[in-house]
Design a binder for this molecule. Structure first.
Ligand code: HEM
Ligand SMILES: *[C@@H]1O[C@H](CO)[C@@H](O)[C@H](O)[C@H]1NC(C)=O
Ligand SMILES: *[C@@H]1O[C@H](CO)[C@@H](O)[C@H](O)[C@H]1NC(C)=O
Length: 501
């Protein structure tokens, strides 16, 4: 009898436990932001969020205001939408907001890489040494050579001057930037033909992974797609294997320094391969798509194209191909290109939409610029989505959806850095690189590389859209929140090497 009485009791406890796990009992506590759990237990708003993060957050902001907590797949996210209040989150003076913890889980799932303590610091110190300042100068030169190699071919014969070629603009930009970036960072052999073929093969596989990536992160793949992702992961681990490094020369200092650190920590070679895969992804997933948006905006805005070409002619003088094999650009010329800089900044504003995430460690008070204070609960995640809250804010950037090539220029032609919200000067007026501890350490290289590419294309080539009236395609909504966006369809274009004068 006594035993039988236990069964309903145990069942009850189990049921309550399940409901608790499903988040049914969570209530908004005093001082906490508005809580929106959605109707579906545990999942909460996950489906709407994954389908179109931008529209979902716009709706939530209209409903709840600048701060709100939503449930997404069993995890609670507090979104902060007021850019004047970002400072305390990004500086995090009390060290209550943790970036590394969330990132570690993600990279283990996506790249198979198991992080070690100190990795984050190691990556940033390698990047400070080799992706910024003097260290970047070498890489700039290598990048120009790689771009020449990829665009003109090993003998410079692959393009006939005056002969039009047609391609998808997105495919073309992604392909060129990927191959040039990969060869510059991960090294090449003496056989350039072979290197190009290998880079091309890697690109084809990279795009397959890239295509599945958003749904992979959200665990929404079908059974066949899971198998495909696992196959691609193995393939990248193999193709980027550190065992091949011996055959290569010209591996960038950036990569060799980081691999050296891993070896000294005693990281197994198989894990180093996975690290390489992670770095390939971080370094090559954004520059191509971003260059696509830049060239497309220039092609759709003739006055912008004219201004960039005029500036290019001023800094480069008469551009000529050197012995048909490489672009003879003096890289230092690119230090004085305010118009192109503004075009790139405007492109990043319109085209790049990262999410910044921090795990809350211990209950924490968030102070807003308005003076209001919110309690953040330990274990929740604080999230920023600057594309909506900053890039598209009409107060900071009037007519925010329009491409204005001179948006980041002062009337006297210098770089514009003064932007205002509600009359207050705003520090974070665009955030394509993230900010704070997780800011992109490759941002200077990325800008150099994209600027070089755009400059080469507008200087040495005639470019035109196959259909000049084709509108700028909308963004693929599944990619909101993952860095640079991608178009929902391809745009055909034509290019030809300008005949030598
Ligand atoms: C247009 C091009 C690029 C954009 C828009 C971009 C954007 C970003 C963003 C938003 C993050 C932060 C992610 C987060 O907070 O979780 C990030 C991280 C990172 N990026 Fe970039 N990136 C670009 C190009 C590059 C390049 C060319 C490299 C290297 C050569 C690079 C290396 C990295 C690395 C290593 C991290 C991880 C840093 C860490 O662990 O804290 N990125 N990038
Ligand atoms: C150009 O104008 C900006 C503000 O409009 C000013 O801050 C800057 O000093 C000026 N630069 C020069 C070289 O006159
Ligand atoms: C090259 O490297 C320097 C770092 O000294 C950087 O400031 C510059 O913008 C880079 N890129 C180009 C295209 O000049």
């Amino acid at each position: 009898m006594v035993l039988w009485g236990l069964v309903p009791g145990t069942l009850l406890v189990a049921m309550v436990g399940c409901l608790w796990l499903l988040g049914l009992f969570r209530q908004r506590r005093p001082q906490e932001p508005p809580l929106d759990k959605g109707f579906i237990p545990w999942l909460g708003h996950a489906m709407a969020f994954r389908k179109n993060m931008f529209e979902f957050l716009k709706y939530m902001r209209a409903k709840h205001g600048d701060v709100f907590t939503v449930q997404l797949g069993g995890q609670y996210f507090t979104f902060v939408m007021d850019p004047l209040s970002f400072g305390s989150i990004l500086k995090d003076a009390q060290r209550k907001l943790d970036f590394v913890k969330y990132a570690e889980k993600l990279v283990l799932k996506v790249f198979g890489y198991r992080s070690m303590q100190g990795d984050h610091r190691m990556i940033h110190s390698a990047s400070t040494k080799y992706l910024m300042g003097d260290g970047l100068e070498d890489l700039n030169k290598t990048m120009l050579d790689s771009l020449s190699l990829v665009i003109l071919g090993p003998t410079g014969q692959s393009l006939d001057a005056g002969c039009w070629r047609e391609d998808g603009l997105f495919h073309f930009c992604y392909n060129v930037l990927f191959k040039a970036g990969y060869l510059s960072l991960f090294g090449c052999t003496k056989n350039q033909e072979q290197d190009l073929l290998q880079a091309e093969e890697l690109f084809v596989q990279f795009r397959k992974f890239d295509f599945l990536f958003p749904r992979f992160v959200y665990s929404l793949l079908g059974p066949w797609e899971w198998l495909e992702v696992a196959r691609l992961q193995r393939l990248f681990h193999r193709m980027l294997s550190v065992n091949h490094n011996l055959e290569k020369n010209g591996i960038s200092n950036w990569i060799s320094y980081m691999l050296q650190c891993l070896r000294e920590q005693g990281t197994a070679p198989a894990m180093q391969d996975k690290f390489n895969f992670m770095m390939l992804w971080a370094s090559q997933g954004n520059t191509g798509p971003n260059s696509f948006w830049a060239l497309l905006f220039l092609l759709k805005h003739p006055e912008a194209m004219r201004a960039v070409r005029k500036e290019a002619a001023q800094v480069l003088g008469e551009a000529k191909l050197k012995a048909r094999q490489s672009f003879g650009i003096e890289i230092s010329a690119l230090h004085h290109t305010p118009v192109l800089d503004s075009v790139m900044e405007e492109t990043l504003r319109l085209g790049t939409a990262p999410t910044l995430l921090r795990v809350v460690h211990g209950d924490h008070i968030l102070k807003m610029a308005s003076g209001q204070e919110y309690l953040l609960r330990s274990g929740d995640i604080v999230a920023l989505f600057p594309y909506l809250s900053v890039h598209m804010d009409p107060d900071i950037h009037p007519e925010p959806t329009a491409f204005k090539y001179d948006r980041f220029l002062n009337p006297n032609g210098s770089r514009k850095v003064d932007f205002y919200k509600s009359g207050k000067k705003i520090h974070h007026y665009t955030m394509p690189w993230g900010s704070g501890v997780s800011i992109c350490p490759g941002r200077f290289l990325a800008l150099s590389e994209m600027k070089l590419f755009v400059l080469l294309m507008v200087t040495y080539f005639d470019l035109e859209l196959v259909d000049p009236d084709t509108p700028v395609p909308p963004v693929d909504p599944r990619r909101w929140g993952f860095g640079t966006t991608q178009p929902s369809r391809e745009v055909r274009f034509r290019y030809r090497l300008r005949p030598a004068k």
